[in-house]
Design a protein around this ligand. Structure first.
Ligand SMILES: [Zn+2]
Length: 246
């Protein structure tokens, strides 16, 4: 039985010198598929199996085994900028690695749709640092690991005037609950965090950061990256090289 799905390409590896094992992210989550003979007849998937290419894939359930057979694919969207700009290329490598290794079991259609829009939006933007911060925060949300920025994670009350933040505890803390893992945040920082968690599109984020000092921007970027790495409990290999280029 043949069926079709929208999908983003995550990875491809050679198998038996003839076939390719292709990992895809679909609206239902990550799947592994087998493209039989794909290495022999290169034209069938010409340029289609590059990272984060958006496809409509045609799949077949195998008679034996569980790996779905990738029969063919139609191109829906091909990100061009990673082929021209080296920084974008590294950012795409980072995105692909994060998606491949940390996609949650309970991945939802709306998360998939957000991701496709995000990849399209990336073609237009030049500030990869901000795109990275924005992506990390949204991905934490998708994984159910979002920082609490409205109430104290410990007592549930909304702090007044004095704000602390703890990465291991998962977010905001009040003066009475602060512990050795927490550090102070100023009102501007906490308000920025609260605004960023509400935005859906990268463009809104760009205008949000306008007028913020370089110190505040890099403080927030570092805070979110540390939170991301701590709560995903994993260090992407592509992160170091991405940061060297930024
Ligand atoms: Zn508290």
């Amino acid at each position: 039985m043949l069926f079709s799905l929208p999908a983003l390409v995550l990875d491809k590896v050679e198998r038996y010198e003839i076939d390719l094992l292709v990992t895809l992210l679909t609206p239902g989550g990550k799947i592994r598929t087998l493209a039989k003979g794909a290495q022999k007849s290169k034209r069938r998937f010409l340029n289609l199996l590059e990272p984060l290419t958006y496809l409509k894939v045609h799949l077949r359930k195998p008679q034996k085994g569980k790996t779905l057979i990738l029969e063919g694919a139609d191109l829906l969207y091909l990100p061009e900028s990673p082929r021209r700009e080296i920084a974008k290329f590294y950012f795409f490598s980072y995105l692909t690695e994060v998606l491949e290794f940390t996609s949650p079991e309970a991945f939802k259609r709306r998360d998939f749709e957000w991701l496709v829009e995000f990849i399209k939006e990336l073609e237009e933007i030049s500030n990869i640092k901000e795109a990275k911060t924005f992506f990390e925060l949204k991905w934490l949300q998708i994984c159910g690991l979002y920082p609490q920025v409205f109430e104290c994670v410990s007592c549930g009350r909304e702090p007044k005037k004095i704000y602390y933040f703890s990465i291991p505890s998962g977010g905001l803390m009040c003066f009475s609950c602060k512990d050795e893992t927490s550090f102070p945040l100023n009102l501007n920082q906490i308000e920025l965090l609260r605004k960023i968690v509400r935005i859906k599109k990268l463009k809104e984020g760009e205008t949000l950061m306008q007028g913020q000092s370089a110190v505040e921007r890099s403080f927030l970027a570092r805070l979110i990256e540390e939170f991301f790495l701590f709560h995903l409990d994993w260090e992407p290999r592509s992160l170091r090289i991405l940061k060297e280029g930024l």
